[in-house]
Design a protein around this ligand. Sequence first.
Ligand code: 5GP
Length: 206
Amino acid sequence: MQIENSNLMIVLSSPSGAGKTTICRELLKFDKKLQMSVSATTRPKRPSEKDGVDYFFYSKKYFDDKLKNGEFLEHALVFDNFYGTPKDFVKKTLKSGYDVVFDIDWQGAKQLSKKVKEELISFFVLPPNKNELLKRLKTRNEDTEKIVNSRMNKAKSEMSHWNEYDYVIINDNLNSCVREILEIIKVERKKRFRQNWLENFIKSLV
Ligand code: 5GP
């Protein structure tokens, strides 16, 4: 019997420094049905990042052309740079049978929720307390102090969108935070309307 479930689109948003990138990495390690959506951005590449893996690094002109061609599923201006989710990449990944994880901000989450209904689950990840948020922002060495300060100011406004998400998770312990998200995904997959195979299965029983 072929078990076919409809594919999920899983959004993870958080203020910078809440540990979202690490969480995403762990999620993919433990759930082999998950794949990251690789966004496009106009921001400069950080030394540790790889083009086509962490982001597709585009010039502003190239990004604009893609935007005009309707090639993004959603896009937003975040910290003075443009970010967008390439449609094709997501379509292909979903078609290959994966559930796609999106590390995008609240603006992108809002746009996706308008376009996608039943397939979407959204998580907002919070740091455990203010000190931890400050510490995590400061220990990310790749960014200049100016960027860190600007992110700190934005954290407050980003967090004001917490109540637009399905689930709010506090990252006070990486392992338990990842486990919680994995459990929720597992349960969401079990929802009746996501299990396309059920109708045929019932038919085969009677
Ligand atoms: P960073 O430059 O630190 O990697 O990401 C900055 C912010 O941009 C993060 O909050 C991240 O979630 C968000 N972001 C990354 N890719 C996208 C995208 O494709 N769309 C939107 N709307 N936000 C994104």
